[in-house]
Ligand binder design. Structure first.
Ligand SMILES: Cc1cc2nc3c(=O)[nH]c(=O)nc-3n(C[C@H](O)[C@H](O)[C@H](O)COP(=O)(O)OP(=O)(O)OC[C@H]3O[C@@H](n4cnc5c(N)ncnc54)[C@H](O)[C@@H]3O)c2cc1C
Ligand code: SF4
Ligand code: SF4
Length: 416
């Protein structure tokens, strides 16, 4: 039976329930959780049958090809969080009169999943929103378009992709799915507090947010950027911002994300796209840095359908085949067997993480920042590694790379 503790907030049960007995609410720490109205529930069991926390991953996709890629168009590239692959894919779908399902900001900058059919809706979907998105009835909307024989591109977290397939209950040849490598989506409650804090730093209303965007030529340096109705732009470095530090330290993600069963092999989606962190640091990349200084995406092609769709994206992309391990190594997030996090499990067992989530509803952003992020152990390690310099960091990556190679071969027999 579904349980609140294990609920990812994927919304599959909310979409499938024929009696409207399920609504999506939030727990004390702000994570999405199902709520069942037992007066409406007939005990039909359809919710259990689709529940991401109860079902095993059904699709047997394996990573088939790996690329470093970015959009040829500078405008598209700039709108994306890394290489702008989402927009390239979405435009390929629009050319076939298809529709795109993805995440947009609401007026209050909470995030929901919806369908885009127009240019304006598509542009609102570009860029990453680093907070848990509310799925609403998007899986049923996707189904409706597939039933009309339209092409649909669905982009979301791995648990959302799994939920979509569970709700659809059959194969639709015109569905393409893409997921991002997911450390967990941060709680909307901390996001809200962060935005209240940001609002105090500037006169007027906020009109746009760029999360972990690249503002300089250093592709590994990221910023939280805010545009204001006056036209002003303000920004703070992501690595010193408590919102991002809480996320990177696992403080603002749920226990379910900490033991995620969905961001694992076999990958569910046809495509995975994320940042190609540290490209060229562990395997030679002969493309001049100036060609990809606006960001580079990692693209994993995991199915025949994904491969066929990639052919449609190619004319608008710069793309270079890369080794699987080079792409996976900085994403320690692909977990061992879904039972535990590889390498980073200890981080989630940190007692300060539990305390942070307890304090979340009562404290302001500033109080949480002061109490938890003056300097954490991991940041101390990062600053030590900075002092030791880039050579040391490169050796660190190489060591991790070798460890992961051994681990991947043991667990998945994966080729490097
Ligand atoms: C919560 C989250 C965590 C991520 N973690 C990692 C990571 O650990 N490592 C990594 O390399 N990349 C991660 N990514 C992916 C990365 O931020 C970029 O989305 C990716 O590199 C593709 O960039 P792009 O330029 O092609 O597309 P973008 O234009 O950035 O496309 C973003 C796409 O993601 C969807 N999306 C954005 N926010 C959400 C959301 N909150 N919920 C559901 N869908 C959303 C949008 O609908 C859009 O389709 C994460 C993204 C999100 C949203
Ligand atoms: S289907 Fe998704 S939202 Fe519903 S209980 Fe299971 S994990 Fe939670
Ligand atoms: S970590 Fe797992 S459960 Fe959490 S949002 Fe990502 S895919 Fe979903």
């Amino acid at each position: 039976m579904q349980s609140i503790e294990k609920c990812t907030g994927c919304g599959a049960c909310y979409n499938i329930c024929p009696h409207q007995a399920i609504v999506m609410g939030t727990d004390e720490a702000g994570f999405l959780k199902f709520e069942k109205d037992f007066s409406l529930c007939t005990g039909c069991g359809q919710c259990d049958a689709v529940c991401a926390s109860l079902c095993e991953n059904k699709r047997e996709n394996r990573i088939q090809k790996v690329f470093a890629a970015w959009a040829k168009s500078d405008q598209i590239h700039a709108r994306g969080n890394s290489g702008g692959l989402f927009e390239v894919a979405a435009r390929a779908v629009f050319r076939e009169n298809g529709v795109v399902a993805g995440a947009v900001y609401e007026k209050d900058f909470s995030v929901k999943l919806m369908i885009a059919q127009t240019e304006e809706q598509l542009l609102a979907m570009t860029g990453s929103k680093f907070v848990q998105s509310v799925p609403g009835h998007v899986y049923l909307d996707v189904k409706k378009y597939l039933e009309e024989d339209r092409t649909v591109l669905f982009v979301g977290a791995p648990c959302q992709v799994k939920a979509l397939y569970a709700v659809l209950q059959k194969e639709y040849p015109k569905l393409i799915t893409a997921q991002f490598p997911c450390f967990g989506m941060p709680t909307a409650l901390f996001w809200k507090k962060y935005l209240q804090h940001v609002a105090k730093t500037h006169e007027g209303s906020l009109s746009g947010i760029g999360s972990e965007v690249q503002l300089t030529e250093d592709i590994n340096s990221r910023y939280m950027a805010f545009t204001w109705e006056s036209g002003d732009v303000s920004a703070e470095r992501a690595d010193t911002c408590a919102y991002i530090r809480a996320w990177n330290n696992g403080f603002s993600v749920s226990d379910v994300c900490a033991a995620c069963r969905d961001n694992v092999f076999p990958v569910q989606a046809d495509l995975v796209w994320g940042n190609f962190w540290h490209i060229g640091e562990i395997e030679k990349f002969s493309v001049p840095k100036k060609d990809y200084q606006n960001g580079v995406s990692m693209l994993l092609v995991n199915s025949r359908r994904g491969e066929a769709f990639f052919e449609k994206m190619k004319p608008d992309l710069m793309y270079y085949p890369r080794k699987q391990m080079e792409a996976a190594a900085p994403h320690f997030v692909f977990q061992s067997s879904g039972k535990e996090h590889f390498l980073f499990r200890k981080k989630y067992e940190n007692p300060r993480r539990k305390a942070f989530q307890k304090d979340l509803s009562a404290m302001t952003y500033e109080q949480l920042e002061e109490k938890y992020f003056s300097q954490t152990k991991r940041e101390t390690e990062v600053s030590i590694s900075r002092k030791l310099g880039p050579k040391w960091a490169a050796w660190g990556w190489r060591a991790l790379y070798c460890l992961q190679k051994i681990w991947m071969k043991r667990n998945f027999g994966a080729e490097s």
